[in-house]
Design a protein around this ligand. Structure first.
Ligand SMILES: NC(=O)c1ccc[n+]([C@@H]2O[C@H](COP(=O)([O-])OP(=O)(O)OC[C@H]3O[C@@H](n4cnc5c(N)ncnc54)[C@H](OP(=O)(O)O)[C@@H]3O)[C@@H](O)[C@H]2O)c1
Length: 268
């Protein structure tokens, strides 16, 4: 990855921030994005202090014009794109019967259409470099959970998109990787949207028992280097995916039970 140009969306926190440091330390030039411009600038500064070639471009991936600007500014600065990591994402937590449709749309706009916008505009350059397109999906892209209908749907949509795109570009030297992290320590559960669109404020799970964002980033880095097709993380995550394939009905019951034990579960 030395001297490669890597775009990471949603790099102001969690897995995206850890990826920026992981790729930067290994010698890649990194382009970092996110909506919180001040936070993004301070991360850019931290990376520069570690000797990383970095460009921060504030932007909202759900706005197509912002993603056009991210790609154009990357090309102006570095002249090429080798890896696009579609990482920006938000979650939600509410029963479908309660959730406002705007919340559902917002989750799809960021997680799914954000991936579509960035990939669409970066693709001509990635075809030239024969590089990698990475989607940070989720175990929820292979095993849905209740009270996460919009989130699960957005990740299943990402999975379908990545699988179809992989076949379109496979004879042209482009690598497409789907990453399904398991529970990873980050900000995602604090800012997850409730039924009326407000962030829930705190995580309903014990974040200390999860894989760290840094370890997740190391696995993703290795999967990009090895040009893997899929990466499923955590023992619990792998188990959930396999049990879903083998015993889907049983897994519906187990998943319901596990999620109903979360703090302040919305189940009735
Ligand atoms: N943590 C987990 O347990 C877990 C498990 C499976 C999958 N994932 C996936 O991993 C990815 C990263 O999540 P995380 O856990 O690291 O969460 P996080 O700490 O909340 O980070 C999410 C990042 O996405 C950015 N973002 C959100 N909305 C955006 C928008 N409209 N435009 C641009 N950037 C936006 C945020 O930046 P700004 O707020 O500055 O925009 C932030 O940098 C997500 O796709 C998530 O679904 C996470």
């Amino acid at each position: 990855m030395k001297d490669k140009v890597v775009i990471i969306t949603g790099a102001t926190s969690g897995i995206g921030k850890a990826l920026a440091f992981e790729f930067g330390r290994k010698g890649s030039s990194v382009v970092i994005t996110g909506r919180r411009s001040e936070l993004l600038a301070s991360i850019e500064q931290e990376l520069k202090e570690q000797g990383v070639a970095v460009l921060a471009i504030p932007g909202d991936v759900s706005k197509d014009e912002d993603t056009v600007a991210i790609i154009e500014k990357t090309i102006q600065q570095f002249g090429q794109i080798d890896v696009l990591i579609n990482n920006a994402g938000i979650s939600m937590r509410a029963l479908f019967e309660d959730v406002q449709l705007d919340v559902f749309r917002k989750v799809m706009d960021v997680n799914f259409f954000g991936t579509i916008h960035c990939t669409k505009h970066a693709l001509p350059y990635i075809l030239q470099s024969k590089g990698s397109i990475v989607g940070i999906s989720s175990i929820n892209g292979k095993r849905a959970t209740p009270a996460r209908t919009a989130y699960s749907a957005s990740k299943y949509a990402m999975e379908g998109f990545l699988e179809a795109l992989r076949m379109e570009v496979m004879k042209r030297g482009v690598h497409v990787l789907s990453v399904c992290p398991g529970f990873t320590t980050s900000n995602i559960r604090n800012v997850a949207l409730t039924a009326d669109g407000h962030p829930q404020g705190e995580s309903p799970r014990d974040e200390s028992k999860m894989m760290s964002a840094e370890e997740t980033a190391e696995h993703i880095y290795q999967a990009v280097v090895k040009r893997k097709r899929d990466l499923v993380l955590t023992t619990q995550g792998k188990l959930a995916v396999w049990l879903t394939k083998l015993f889907p009905v049983l897994m519906d019951k187990i998943t319901y039970y596990v999620m109903s034990k979360e703090e302040d579960s919305p189940f009735k």
